[in-house]
Structure formats: C-alpha cells, structure tokens
Design a protein. Structure first.
Length: 304
C-alpha cells in the first residue's frame, strides 16, 4: 500500500521541480525527500525522476501520478478531519504563527475581550510558515495559521484555504554600531554603501533568501556573505558582535541589543505580506471570534 506521506512529497517535488524546493516547502531535508521518493519508486517498480550528476527532475510518470494523487489525498484529509473534529477539545482557540509575530501577538490574545466573552483560552504553536500550513492541514488541529509571503516566491498553500491579508512587515538593514554608518533618523544610506561589507543572510532556498538575492542582483552587487541564519535573535547577536550587516523585519528592530544600529537604505525596499489562513473544518463561529481578536491585536501592535 502506498504511503500517503510519500504521495504528498511527490506532489510538492513535481510542483517545485526539485527535491530541494520540495524540502523547503514541506519542512524536510533534501535527503529526506530523496529517501521518500526512492521508497516510492521501489514500491511502484518504476522511476519517477530523471537523475543526472547535476540535478534531479520529475518525469512524465511522476507528473501523472501527482495529478491523480490530489483526489486521493483530499479524500483522506476530509475523512481524518471529520473524524478528529468530533474529538476536538472545545473552549480552546488554536493558533499557529511564525515566531517573530507569535511571540508578540499571543500575550495580547490572552487579554482579548472577544476570546474572554466566548470563553476561549489560547493554544499556540510557533513554526516556520511552511510548517504552520502543514499543521493547519493535519487532522484539523489548528483554527488559524498566521503566515507570511515575500514577493511572488516561496510559500504555497492549498486553494481550499482563502487567505486574509492582515498587514505587511517592512524590512530594514541593521549593522554593527562600531561601523559608524548613518542611522535611521537622518538621511538614508545607499545599498552601494554596503557593497564591500560582510553580510549575514538567510539560508538558500527560503523565500527570504530568494528575494534578497534578486534585489542584490538588480543593483549589480554580489554580497560578501560571512554567515547564514534563519533565527533573527541569533542574527542580531552576530551583528552586535561586529561580524556583519543583516536584514530584519520591523518587530525585530524593536528589540535590537546594544551594539546594533538601524540603517535606512533608500534604494533597497523589501517587505513581507502577512496572511491568516482559516481552518476548513473548525467551527466557523470560533474562527470568526479568533480572527476578530487577531485583527484587534494586530492593530495594538501598530499594524495598519
């Protein structure tokens, strides 16, 4: 019997055209994706990917199977959701969010009049957006997932989830204060002022990394990358040590440690759009209450 996890991974590998892209969307390592696809090929007795020394590409058999797997997986998800929904603990609002937003919004939700009036307590999972979407889809255990998307790259979600756009986060450049660059309160700097400076950037194959790479390329700059980090708190510590400059979103700028300064860069705009994805199986009334509380909290945090 075919493993539905392998079918889901196959779909994403076909959609992205590579194991690396599928791994990024599904929260696996490329090696784990490769192992799953090898197991699926063994089970079927056919090759689903054309492998060369440089890359792996899905073939026509993979595309055909991925297309037909969609109906099978949708039916299984519906069955599981309908079964587990009857056992869900009532009186709990379940939220999944990416850490830099979740850590700020949950304290406000705990004091939400809307949730108190509905007698709802709060449960939260802090995840990368791709993992939050997986959790939202899994067994109906999440009411609302707060995710972000940068540009036209990166995050994907099933068409059954209609996203509600909540706000956006502007990104800014932070640099070691010891560099003595112009700060965020005076005239802006140019990205070319950083052309010879070291940078800490995101790991490759994330949507953030793709957008930043495109922006650098559009300005004819090849950044000197001395570090990779997807943890903004750790990134700020490295910047404070004098190691390099970095890009961080607005909520992180508000928590800058000593030794870090914000630098306004006029010719390098970047931002991420924030969305809420609603569960397709949780009670609509509860989700409406959760969303009302989320919108109120976003306003308290200064989002428009």
């Amino acid at each position: 019997m075919l493993n539905p996890v392998h079918l889901r991974t196959l779909q994403e590998a076909v959609r992205q055209g590579s194991f690396v892209g599928a791994a990024n969307r599904l929260g696996y390592t490329p090696s784990a994706v490769s192992q799953q696809m090898a197991a699926l090929e063994t089970e079927l007795g056919i090759e689903l990917f054309d492998r060369s020394a440089r890359r792996v590409r899905p073939n026509a058999a993979a595309a055909a199977m991925a297309e037909r797997a969609a109906a099978v997986l949708a039916s299984m998800e519906s069955m599981i959701a309908a079964t587990t929904a009857t056992h869900r603990q009532e009186g709990v609002a379940r939220l999944s969010a990416y850490p830099s937003l979740g850590s700020r919004i949950v304290p406000l939700l705990l004091d939400s009049p809307d949730l108190a009036a509905a007698q709802l307590s709060v449960s939260v999972s802090l995840h990368d957006p791709s993992l939050a979407i997986q959790e939202l889809r899994a067994h109906g255990t999440i009411d609302v997932a707060l995710v972000y998307r940068m540009g036209g790259t990166g995050l994907w979600w099933p068409s059954s989830y209609e996203p509600e756009h909540l706000a956006h986060d502007e990104f800014t450049v932070v640099a070691p204060a010891a560099w003595g660059m112009r700060g965020g309160d005076g005239g802006g700097a140019s990205i070319h002022d950083f052309a010879e400076r070291p940078w800490i950037l995101h790991h490759p194959n994330s949507s953030d990394a793709e957008v930043i790479a495109e922006l650098f390329a559009s300005r004819g700059i090849r950044p000197q990358i001395v570090g990779r980090s997807d943890d903004y708190a750790a990134t700020l510590d490295l910047v404070a040590s004098g190691m390099a400059a970095a890009f961080v979103p607005r909520p992180i700028v508000e928590r800058m440690p000593a030794g870090v300064m914000k630098v306004e860069v006029d010719d390098f705009p970047m931002r991420r759009e924030i969305y809420a994805l609603r569960s397709t199986v949780a009670p609509a009334a509860r989700i409406d209450t959760v969303m009302s509380a989320v919108r109120e909290a976003m306003g308290q945090l200064g989002y428009e």
